[in-house]
Write a new protein. Sequence first.
Length: 585
Amino acid sequence: MTKFDKSKLPSRYVTEGPAKAPHRSYMYAMGLSEEEIHQPLVGVATCWNEAAPCNIALNRQAQAVKMGVKQALGTPREFTTITVTDGIAMGHEGMRSSLASREAIADTVELTMRGHSYDAVVGLAGCDKSLPGMMMAMVRLNTPSVFIYGGSILPGKAPQIDEIPDEFRSRDLTVQDMFEAVGWHQNGDMSDKALDVLERVACPSSGACGGQFTANTMACVSEAIGLALLNSSGMPAPYESRDAYGEASGRAVMNLIEKNIRARDVVTLKSLQNAARVVACTGGSTNAGLHLPAIAHEAGIEFFLDDVCEIFRDTPYFVDLKPGGAYVAKDLYDVGGIPVVMKELRKAGLIHEDCITASGRSIGEELDMVDREADGKVIYSIDAPLTKTGGVVGLKGNLAPEGAIVKVAGIPSQLQVFTGPALVFECEEDAFEAVQKREYSEGDVIVIRNEGPAGGPGMREMLSTTAALSGQGMGKKVALITDGRFSGATRGFCVGHVGPEAAHCGPIALLQNGDMITIDAIKGDINVALSDEELAERKANWKGPRETIYASGALWKYAQLVGATYKGAVTHPGAEAERHVYMDI
């Protein structure tokens, strides 16, 4: 075991020398020994709360992390931050808090670490925005850092009773199925009793949503980018093996302190590209197109939506996960998880092997130790992929000059080109009400605007609307575009992140009912059949952004600060503008 010299670590400011006697008195008050006070202080940050199953197990897992830190002669200091859980926030005003919570998580972890002069961080997160928020804080602080995911939920199973439609009885259930069940129910295809039974069995344990939605997508990113120990994100939340990975993560962060390996040594342009590859080949959430640029921003790296989508374009899609595919996170873990996926990418030369990871070893060295191979069912061979390009595609055109993104995993190529008249709604509630009343037609391009980061404010996800369309059997018969976001659980031809957003007078603000829109996910185009002159004339007559009810408080502040979607919707200048690094202060 290593004895650590604290003369260059941040915690020397609160533990070393006669002048720090008052600070040490506080530490003795918490039961720390003299030896523990003079060891490195490691922040163990969790997003534990009682809001949702994603976060409920993080507190217990943090205790395992603390054991690992102690085993390696560190002193863990546990603290918590917020989480807004999208499944609870979805479909109402609460969803405006979701993306803003990513910034709040990063900010509060940063402030806690700075305020108490901790030397390193192990961060545990469970729900969508808490994963990138925690990783952003690590890269911003540039401390030795290890990320660990709280794990996925176990799949639900419907009872075999006649009242429940066969489609729900024959498959593993996730919360996505519940959102779609609402559409079935509204359509008269599911009884009150069946809905009541399904809601009781769809989510049977702690853990985050089980498909390749945003939480699991970003969990895969944490491994691929190198901030998490390889294979640590795979096992479901209730599995006792999560404790072993917690302990290993605690020991690993002490190794990083000893070797002075910091978060920005791990998060590089190459490792961001590795992460984007993994998102693409697993059919991951479109939200990765927002979060990867935001993580890059914290390192002073320009890695924008275009860069992410360029990687998506030439990466085969070969992991068959929900919502576009058939399987859930537990199934991926059972066949070897992200290490096996990355081994397949390596066979095609699509992984940078020299990137350092949280273990202190390179990705290549880690993959050399993986002996499992693709099973051909959940993980296909990269030589025989589901499709030759990634499950997520970038779009550009006169409707989205700064870009947009669409998830095509599970959508046949003949349905990836769509032309139809615009049906314009000024917010999600109006669109959802129209969908409930079937006030739309097959072939329409439903436009939901004023839902961007600044204009929403908060860039809400549209899962309630898209799930209702799928539940009505119309998911492949209409298209939907928005300057807001889509849940990782969304399926159907749904274009999000349209930029510039309506609040900034992007072209989406100028659309009118009946304008003909063409979305071509094969070519990567999104255009409206209007000339430059017509768009310019409409822009000259634009009445300005829609007023919101958020004229004060956190969401007002967020709207003032938030930047362009294609840059990650970030709220501060990033590492490019910084004048000091926390670890060297």
